[in-house]
Ligand binder design. Structure first.
Ligand SMILES: [Zn+2]
Length: 507
């Protein structure tokens, strides 16, 4: 083996050891097994993993390897990950400051009542009185504007500056393109077209759902109302908590796959103090030790959440272990998000709902229509987020003008009036919103392709599971989402199949 080969081997070994420790630390603390996460000693112990020497090796691979080669692919992923890790370490004190603020902040209302900041969004969603809901959201926004927003703005500005100083490409957007393999401005243009193409459909359904769900009109609707509308518990009875894990395991088994990947996925579904309310999947050793952690609250959202995390978990637990570190641990997260969405979209699938849930036949048409409305709302919101985030990182708009651009873009796309205070808080770091959008598109093509191969009820066809494991999960994240769409479906990624599926749900 050559010297550079040895150096690359060492970089991979160090990188994997570092990520295993980080992942185990977050799993333990988020699952409530230890009081808090302490990542600093891990960063310290593994500092060589993302040190200068590692970056030099990865950069040499990226710039030295032939275009289109596997070496170039590895180099791109390794450099992307190393820069992200270095940004993370550099900005860790700012992040800790924000977490401390969030833990202590209290929203105070004119009537003297108070609400911890972290609980405010849950209370807003559950407040049925529109005036009360908006007053709480206005108080929350005022608090964010004076405290969290300036800290977030500073972190975003420093991140942009840090990445541009690395001089991989002329700008933040070009660096993202070069390292992610995506073309962010093209996706932005697709988002604009999607918003245009679905505008009439949206104008058509929004007033109906606002009136039925909240008794309000589009002219007065705010982001707080959107949150309350999406929380509708109307169909929760069809999704009983005690049947959830059993029915979902049954479906995966009927599909011819192991619901725990032969014991490599560990379900952590019990309740314990300190466990985060939000579900997550932690791959501690890929593919041998993957945790799926959920703290159930009951209802439809839980089923959707468990399916989503199970899509991630079965992906990680079925990755071919002979693949190099970067194809198992790094790469385009649109891939794993698309598997998660392929699973969670079963709660929008008529046949699946009929077989595994207790939703009555008389409720199905109304439920599916609501699911179509929800899907359209979320995609329109994510399209607007991406359009705005390209402005934010693009540098053509000044920081002081961004809040107005945010309100205009998000309110325009969704029909809900957004708050200026959230312009730097409602941002997915490193364009993660682009991964979700690509995942949405890829998931639609995967479902179409599975239907062509294994029929409408592919999710209970015993040949489908082995195909999914072999052709999708086992490949890790070696491919870009667009490459996989081409290999599996012979098509380009686009919003077209999503538009059709939303139209079907809304009819
Ligand atoms: Zn996910």
């Amino acid at each position: 083996m050559s010297t550079s080969g040895d150096a690359l081997g060492l970089l991979r070994t160090r990188g994997e050891a570092f990520l295993r420790d980080v992942s185990r630390e977050y799993y333990s603390s988020h699952a409530g097994l230890k009081p808090s996460a302490e990542p600093q000693p891990i960063y310290e112990r593994h500092r060589e993993a993302f040190g200068d020497e590692s970056l030099e090796i990865a950069m040499a691979l990226l710039t030295g390897a032939k275009a289109g080669s596997e070496e170039r692919r590895s180099g791109r992923m390794l450099v992307e990950w190393l820069i992200e890790s270095r940004v993370g370490r550099e900005l860790a004190p700012l992040e800790e400051r924000e977490i401390a603020w969030e833990g202590e902040a209290v929203v105070r209302l004119a009537d003297g009542s108070a609400e911890p900041y972290r609980r405010a969004s849950i209370t807003i969603a559950n407040t049925r009185d529109a005036k009360e809901r908006r007053a709480l959201d206005d108080a929350r926004a005022a608090l964010v504007a004076s405290g969290l927003a300036p800290m977030r703005q500073e972190r975003l500005a420093r991140e942009k500056e840090f990445v541009e100083k690395m001089a991989v490409a002329p700008s933040y957007l070009d660096t993202f393109d070069a390292l992610s393999g995506m073309r962010i401005r093209l996706l932005r243009d697709e988002c604009r077209a999607f918003l245009r193409d679905t505008q009439a459909m949206w104008d058509d359904v929004l007033p109906e759902f606002l009136k039925r769900g909240l008794g309000i009109s589009p002219a007065e609707a705010t982001r707080a109302d959107a949150v309350a509308l999406m929380r509708a518990p109307e169909f929760d009875g069809g999704f009983p908590a005690d049947a959830m894990e059993r029915e979902i395991r049954r479906q995966v088994t009927e599909m011819g796959a192991s619901p725990d990947a032969g014991g490599r996925v560990r379900y952590d579904t019990g309740d314990r103090p300190g466990k985060r309310p939000r579900a997550f999947c932690a791959p501690v050793v890929i593919p041998d030790e993957v945790y799926l952690v959920i703290r159930p609250h009951g209802g439809q959202t839980d089923w959707q959440t468990l399916l989503h995390e199970l899509g991630h978990a079965l992906h990680f637990a079925n990755i071919d272990m002979s693949l190099p570190f970067e194809f198992r641990w790094l790469g385009d997260n649109s891939i794993t998000e698309s598997y998660a969405m392929l699973f969670d979209h079963r709660v929008k699938d008529r046949g699946w709902l009929g077989r595994y849930t207790q939703l009555g036949a008389q409720d199905l048409p109304r439920y599916l229509r609501a699911a179509g409305f929800e899907e359209l709302q979320f995609i329109r919101r994510y399209c607007a987020k991406l359009i705005y985030e390209v402005e934010l990182y693009g540098g053509a708009v000044s920081w002081s003008a961004l809040p107005d651009v945010y309100v205009e873009t998000l309110s325009g796309a969704t029909g809900f009036k957004y708050q200026r205070a959230d312009a730097f808080v409602d941002v997915d770091p490193h364009f993660y919103s682009a991964r979700y959008l690509r995942a949405w598109q890829l998931q639609a093509l995967l479902a179409e392709s599975l239907t062509n191969r294994f029929n409408d009820d592919w999710w209970r066809n015993p040949a489908a599971g082995p195909w999914i494991v072999r052709e999708l999960f086992a490949q890790g994240q070696r491919e870009l989402a667009g490459e996989q769409a081409h290999r599996v479906a012979g098509k380009r990624l686009s919003f077209a199949p999503l538009v059709s599926s939303i139209e079907r749900l809304l009819t």
